[in-house]
Design a protein around this ligand. Structure first.
Ligand code: BGC
Length: 467
């Protein structure tokens, strides 16, 4: 390809349309600098109420030291599936003894909170029964992957729903209380103490068992977010946790970086396609950064670009299809399939045919270019945000050089053929004084919830404080 002048012209026109997605290194540095300011605002005593990046305290003040043990139940709610797990933690492993997936029907994701929690309590009840755990009242780690203002480890107020959930009567309420009430309404089993965990925290904690320098957790899946260990003296928004001079206490902060840009801070890089995705979402104006990055939205951005270029007669001979014009039909997993090294072309043909589109070799090339542009922007934006965290940890600790580990999970990071590579390369360029190791977490949020509960119990045993 490339010698035919007409083809050259088409490709250069396509490139022009895609320019708005390109983020050079200097722009990423600028974005990272803006996020750095937002981190300070989110942590500040007088500024956090209005901050776009919430920097939520998690009350997790220690990472695993390898001595934790016991049996735990874990609940994992955050995507379209809900999981219940029985986890055994001992000296050398965290083992999933048994787990069960329960689907959350679409109507339930936007129904009442009571329905949702009754469903959760029913799935948990069924699991406890089938595993003969009824009489044991095991401690429970609840991974609830939405922004929550945590008051204590077992008191967590939902700030707002994200990722397609919108159940009534839950925002502003204590999620632990809603879960316990639903269990009591049934009255056929009970649970022990509860620890609330965001999935990023679960991921960090489950990796922290293997690698004790793991102090960052990152998710790039249906949604995106990260947490990290912050110096407690910088967490000004938590009252009553004064730190004495010279003390190095830390607390894990759930950044909720998905909200970056909700105050207009990313206006200069938003494209018309991002604006359309936001406008047609169930939560316009919320989680701007997440909508440029995560699996819930990437496919839809690609679809909108495909529609635009077809209307401009640069694709499919100018002919759209009913499927292509229907929101949500271009799934994010298609991007990974199209960008695969070996089977990419074959996959593209099939995906386009299934969408009722007739394509030639040039179309296949352009569709791949679009997918690559959108996934690459996502990886670069994540890199900028992660660089903000590692640079911050290095400065916090007054180090010339920081060696650290990030625990990662999420389908976009795991399944895309070169997302992780692009993210890692870029973060190294944006944080040259940091040496970062990435560990993909297996069953991270479930196991991590058990770990948080286990660490909380260990710290209770050691110092007698309530967690
Ligand atoms: C939520 C976060 C979560 C992330 C990844 C976001 O939509 O607000 O709490 O960690 O998705 O699941």
């Amino acid at each position: 390809m490339g010698k035919d002048p007409q083809l050259e012209e088409t490709l250069s026109k396509v490139q022009k349309y895609l320019e708005c997605f390109h983020l050079p290194l200097e722009k990423l540095q600028e974005i990272s600098a803006r996020l750095k300011k937002d981190f300070n605002r989110g942590l500040g005593k007088h500024t956090h109420h209005r901050a776009a990046v919430k920097m939520l305290p998690t009350f997790v003040t220690a990472t695993p030291d390898g001595t934790e043990k016991g049996d735990f139940l874990a609940l994992d709610l955050g995507g379209t599936n809900f999981r219940v797990l029985h986890i055994r933690v001992n000296e050398d492993e965290q083992r999933v003894m048994k787990s069960q997936n329960c689907a959350i029907p679409q109507e339930m994701m936007v129904g009442t909170g009571e329905q949702l929690f009754d469903h959760i309590a029913a799935c948990l009840g069924e699991f406890v029964n089938s595993q003969d755990l009824k009489g044991q009242t095991l401690p429970l780690g609840f991974t609830f992957s939405f922004p929550c203002e945590q008051k204590e480890i077992d008191k967590s107020i939902l700030i707002r729903w994200t990722k397609g959930f919108n159940c009534s009567g839950v925002e502003g309420e204590d999620v632990v209380k809603l879960l316990k009430e639903a269990i009591h309404r049934r009255g056929d089993y009970d649970i022990g103490s509860v620890a609330m965990v965001n999935d990023t925290v679960g991921t960090m904690m489950s990796c922290g068992y293997k690698d004790q320098s793991c102090e960052i957790g990152m998710i790039i899946g249906t949604g995106t977010n990260a947490c990290y260990m912050e110096e407690l003296k910088n967490v000004k928004r938590v009252e009553g946790m004064e730190v004495k001079e010279g003390e190095n206490r830390r607390m894990c902060i759930n950044t909720e970086w998905g909200g970056f840009g909700d105050d207009g801070a990313l206006k200069d890089i938003l494209t018309e396609y991002d604006e359309e995705v936001d406008r047609t979402s169930i939560n316009p104006g919320i989680h701007t950064f997440e909508k440029m990055i995560s699996g819930m939205y990437l496919g839809e951005i690609v679809r909108l670009v495909l529609v635009k270029l077809t209307q401009e007669k640069l694709l499919f001979n100018g002919e759209t299809s009913k499927a292509l014009l229907t929101p949500g039909t271009f799934e994010t997993r298609f991007i990974s399939e199209i960008e695969k090294e070996d089977k990419g072309v074959e996959n593209t043909k099939k995906i386009l045919a299934d969408l009722g589109l007739t394509s030639n070799a040039v179309d296949l090339h352009i569709v791949r270019l679009i997918c690559d542009t959108i996934s690459s922007r996502s990886a670069r934006l994540c890199a900028a945000a992660l660089a903000t965290i590692v640079n911050r940890i290095r400065v916090n600790r007054k180090l010339d050089h920081l060696k650290t580990t990030v625990g990662v999970d999420g389908a976009v990071y795991r399944k895309h053929p070169n997302f992780s590579e692009e993210l890692q390369d870029m973060v190294r360029r944006l944080a040259p004084q940091c040496d970062i190791n990435f560990i993909v977490s297996e069953d991270g949020s479930g196991k991590g919830a058990a770990m948080v509960t286990a660490v909380a119990q260990r710290t209770v045993c050691l110092c007698g404080t309530r967690y």
